[in-house]
Write a protein that binds this ligand. Structure first.
Ligand SMILES: Cc1cc2nc3c(=O)[nH]c(=O)nc-3n(C[C@H](O)[C@H](O)[C@H](O)COP(=O)(O)OP(=O)(O)OC[C@H]3O[C@@H](n4cnc5c(N)ncnc54)[C@H](O)[C@@H]3O)c2cc1C
Length: 478
């Protein structure tokens, strides 16, 4: 989305955030109180969306609680086969990430196990059984996809207390008020509070050493992981293959961040040109929590680059991304057409009878079989790499609106395409960005145009004239 100016005026504090925050910390939510009088032998951390052993505030809290209770720490990580769009692509990315992270959890003093169920049934009741052994479960709070349901399920079956901790955005979501309707309303809220929250973490180590856990499953031997042999045995979508050249994990994420800060950041304001490829390429890693927004923001804040350049990146990471998480947290219907503002719904409805240049089925879209070479290129990039260049992603989303009878049908198809093929899909950014194509977080743009009415119109023909994309089209244009 076109960026406005973000000027946070940060002083840049390096004072770490305390690992064990006060009880009224806005990031902490008690999800279950546990059975009265229950005592356990260890504190358990369950990373659901923050799959990393460093710069992870929920893990810091789990370590600090274990130390305060003089208990050891265990980390339980899992990947089910029955979540929507489970595929070779997503399993490979998460499993490679876990392989690189297991040792880092052990260095924090934790016992670590990865559970890879082969069937949906195998996964049932595992956390309940672990809760009977644990004194406390700490897990990630997150407003979208399967996490809210998983938290409700755990709350129903847990013998011990369960705390969910929000480390999604730099400024905690509970500090951003009710649903915000535009970047301009959330921007000052983020800017005002940034100095208090944009700080490194304390990163304590568990003093009692690793826990002794009776794991109710056979932990996956990540050292012997053979994805080529393993993936075909799992009941997941084998039609969406792993992305060549995108290895999951915090190591690869930090390599990308370092390369961005060293070479690309100074050119970031030119990011609209597909041929220049000057963005971080971190969205899949941010989605799976293999790197945190705080780590990226601190690296950019401290980088040698003009202030306006650094702020251009921080606008996307700290304003646009936070706006998306605010939508997911405050609006339960964030995966539907309902959050589209009234003016946009009205104008789109008024143009329902306008002739469409083509009507493409989901299958035609998925196969990149439209008559638009730029759109097809973006779709091919998505299928091959699991992401689309940011500017083209806007054109990709807008394009489908013109090829469906109703905007609701267009949104349904976009959700399938993005959630199925994108490594960074199934994310608050997915839902907010797709809805943006229909007018969410935007304003009316006159004059009214066919099909779109006053919803912002973008055409691939115009983009081709003004952007450098010949190399991109040579690569993905078919
Ligand atoms: C139709 C459409 C669908 C999209 N679907 C997704 C999605 O499924 N997942 C996803 O993470 N992003 C999505 N985006 C937002 C944006 O395109 C990507 O976040 C960005 O292109 C990722 O590339 P990058 O990591 O190199 O971003 P950079 O430009 O390097 O930005 C750094 C980070 O800031 C955040 N960011 C950047 N641009 C935006 C934005 N416009 N809105 C919100 N956050 C932003 C992302 O977390 C990104 O990784 C979508 C945008 C559109 C228009």
């Amino acid at each position: 989305m076109p960026a406005a100016a973000f000027r946070p005026a940060t002083q840049g504090s390096d004072e770490p955030l305390p690992a064990r925050p006060p009880d009224d910390d806005p990031r902490l939510r008690v999800v279950a109180a546990g059975a009265p009088g229950h005592r356990g032998a260890f504190v358990l951390y369950w990373p659901q969306m923050q799959r990393r052993a460093r710069s992870n505030a929920a893990l810091d809290l789990a370590v600090a609680e274990a130390n305060a209770r003089r208990l050891p720490l265990a980390v339980y990580e899992a990947l089910r086969v029955d979540y929507p769009y489970a595929s070779d692509r997503l399993h490979a990315f998460v499993l490679e990430g876990a392989r690189g992270e297991a040792e880092a959890y052990r260095r924090r003093g934790a016992e670590y196990a990865f559970f890879l169920p082969r069937t949906p049934d195998e996964a049932r009741g595992v956390l309940g059984r672990l809760s009977a052994q644990a004194d406390l479960i700490v897990t990630d709070d997150h407003p979208a996809f399967v996490v809210p349901g998983q938290l409700r399920g755990l709350a129903r079956q847990s013998a011990c207390p369960v705390w969910a901790f929000d480390d999604c955005t730099v400024v905690p979501l509970a500090r951003l008020g009710p649903e915000q309707y535009a970047a301009r309303t959330i921007r000052p809220r983020v800017a005002r509070q940034l100095d208090a929250w944009l700080r490194p973490l304390a990163e304590p180590t568990c003093e009692a050493g690793p826990a002794s856990v009776d794991w109710p499953f056979t932990p996956l031997d990540l050292g012997a992981l053979d994805l080529a042999a393993l993936l075909p045995t799992l009941p997941i979508d084998h039609g969406v293959p792993p992305v060549v050249g995108a290895t999951g994990g915090s190591g690869p994420a930090h390599e990308r961040l370092a390369a961005f800060v060293r070479r690309k950041l100074v050119q970031y304001p030119e990011q609209s040109h597909p041929d220049d490829a000057v963005t971080t390429t971190l969205s899949p890693y941010l989605h799976f929590g293999m790197i945190g927004a705080r780590e990226v923001a601190l690296a950019v804040r401290d980088a040698r680059a003009p202030e306006a350049t650094r702020n251009a990146l921080l606008e996307q990471l700290l304003v646009r991304r936070t706006l998306a998480f605010n939508l997911a947290r405050e609006n339960a219907a964030h995966r539907t057409f309902a959050p589209v503002p009234t003016w946009a719904q009205k104008t789109l409805r008024e143009h329902l009878a306008d002739p469409r240049p083509h009507l493409y089925s989901l299958a035609q879209l998925e196969q990149a079989a439209t008559d638009d070479i730029v759109w097809n290129a973006a779709q091919r990039e998505l299928r091959a790499t699991g992401v689309i260049h940011n500017y083209l992603r806007m054109l990709w989303g807008k394009g489908v609106i013109a090829w469906k009878k109703t905007p609701e049908e267009a949104l349904d198809d976009l959700l399938v395409l993005n959630d199925k093929w994108a490594l960074d899909g199934r994310d608050p950014n997915t839902y907010a960005s797709l809805l943006w194509c229909f007018g969410k977080h935007d304003r009316p743009w006159g004059p009214a145009r066919p099909i779109f009415g006053t919803v912002r119109y973008m055409s691939t023909a115009n983009a081709r004239k003004k952007l450098r994309m010949e190399t991109y089209l040579a690569r993905w244009g078919g």
